[in-house]
Design a protein around this ligand. Structure first.
Ligand SMILES: Cc1cc2nc3c(=O)[nH]c(=O)nc-3n(C[C@H](O)[C@H](O)[C@H](O)COP(=O)(O)O)c2cc1C
Length: 423
């Protein structure tokens, strides 16, 4: 059993003791995930009116083809104004449901578990994408159809100095916002997702409520830690109630605001305890994103730089965690699981670089049948290639035919194709 409770367990029957932990299935409520590798959420900025395009099918599909256990898409907004850009993803109408279902059916057909990250960007709304400057949209953008809109936030403080001023949410806004999360969770189920994650990190709306950097409210949604956590916990309760009881709920936190921030690990421990009590199964431990006055220094981006947060939450709270951040080596991923840092290893850019990382990690860690991870269509051909390698070991004297009575000795060891004696 993992540290959580009966909701998270090793699916031990499917694995023998020699199976690396990374490739031991994990049971999350009623959902059995084939391994502990999670393609972390990655915003794509290519959606049309919030809906996915061929890009998402191919991009997220390739992580499933490569053998990942959980395949997230991207932060998916619960309402159109909750997107950062006009091209961010959303799940706020029924047309979206059909569009995502196609992708999720494909991901599931490849043995992976499709997961959605629901989000709302709050004060970080109405911006340019990362290929431009992420700066707020202006009247110049409006002339080309990219109409700016005003973001919402716990307090009227721009995301960064000189940024657009968000509108402070009143109690009616808060109530309506929670309702949007509830509806999006229901749509997520209809769209075929098996895991739902609440995005409470990276300086977006929920994190804006959590951190005193962005929350200066004096009502029941601000002030004390309890007040600042209230919005996050009410959303969690709403999503948990709308999301089936036998399906897993994740919550992504910024474990700390960043160097010099105001939200720290003691706060994250308190939050995680409350999340666990409300039926969150996995706390996905990221960090940063509250830009504040722009003085918050980023963490040193070294391998596993956030894994210590996952470990502390797992140990202190007894909830399952996901570790993320610069994890690229199979032996490192395995060690993080074995040493009890986390139950799941999340990866973003390494999978972008190498979508077949799970297959290669399975080989590197000595999994018995690594090719079981990929579709039978590919496995068959790759097994045949392995057989070729066994049939023709290095150093074997072979001849390549050039014609009916014409053979040429060939040494593939030094990669020198023999030359035919021409008459
Ligand atoms: C292109 C890109 C988009 C991202 N979008 C999201 C997102 O939508 N939601 C989120 O929580 N994190 C997002 N992240 C952060 C990743 O999920 C991950 O936490 C981060 O990249 C660190 O992991 P890595 O070192 O394996 O890339 C994004 C990262 C990248 C590279």
């Amino acid at each position: 059993m993992s540290t959580n409770d009966a909701n998270v367990a090793q699916a031990t029957s499917a694995a023998d003791s020699k199976t690396p932990l990374l490739f031991t299935p994990i049971k999350l409520r009623s959902v059995v995930v084939r391994n502990r590798i999670m393609a972390a959420p990655m915003c794509q900025y290519v959606s049309h009116d919030g809906g996915p395009t061929e890009w998402q099918l191919v991009n997220f599909g390739r992580f499933a083809m490569g053998g990942a256990g959980i395949v997230f898409g991207e932060e998916t907004a619960v309402e159109a104004p909750g997107r950062k850009t006009h091209h961010c993803a959303g799940l706020y109408n029924d047309a979206h449901v059909t569009q995502y279902r196609r992708i999720n059916d494909f991901i599931r057909s490849l043995g992976a578990t499709p997961a959605i990250q629901l989000g709302h960007c709050g004060r970080r709304a109405s911006a340019h994408g990362p290929l431009q400057d992420r700066a707020p949209l202006t009247e110049a953008d409006a002339k080309v159809g990219l109409i700016p809109w005003q973001g919402i936030a716990p307090s009227p403080i721009p995301a960064s100095p000189g940024g657009a001023l968000p509108r402070e949410m009143d109690h009616d806004d808060i109530r309506k916002n929670i309702q949007l999360w509830r509806e999006a969770a229901k749509r997520s189920l209809d769209a075929g997702y098996d895991i739902c994650e609440i995005h409470g990190a990276h300086g977006y709306l929920i994190h804006q409520f959590l951190s005193p950097v962005s929350n200066r409210r004096t009502d029941g949604y601000g002030g004390s830690l309890e007040g600042r956590m209230r919005f996050a916990l009410e959303i969690t309760e709403a999503v948990r109630a709308a999301w089936p009881a036998d399906m897993p709920l994740f919550f992504r936190i910024s474990s700390i605001d960043g160097t010099g921030g105001e939200w720290g690990m003691d706060d994250s421990l308190a939050l995680s305890r409350e999340l666990k009590a409300r039926g969150v199964d996995v706390v996905d431990c990221s960090s940063g994103g509250i830009t504040g006055d722009g003085k918050l220094a980023p963490l040193p981006r070294v391998p596993g730089f956030q894994a210590g947060y996952a470990r502390e939450i797992k140990e202190e709270v007894g909830v399952a965690t996901a570790a993320v951040g610069m994890i690229t080596e199979p032996s490192h991923a395995e060690a993080l699981l074995r040493d009890g840092h986390a139950d799941i290893i999340a990866m973003a850019r390494e999978l972008m670089d190498n979508p077949n990382w799970p297959l290669q990690a399975a080989r590197a860690l000595g999994v018995k049948e690594p090719l079981d991870l990929v579709h039978a269509r590919e496995a068959q051909r790759l097994r045949l290639r392995e057989q070729h390698r066994k049939d023709y070991p290095p150093g074997m004297a072979i001849e390549i035919p050039f014609g009916p009575n014409d053979v040429v000795p060939y040494s593939w060891e030094d990669l020198s194709p023999g030359k035919r004696a021409r008459h």
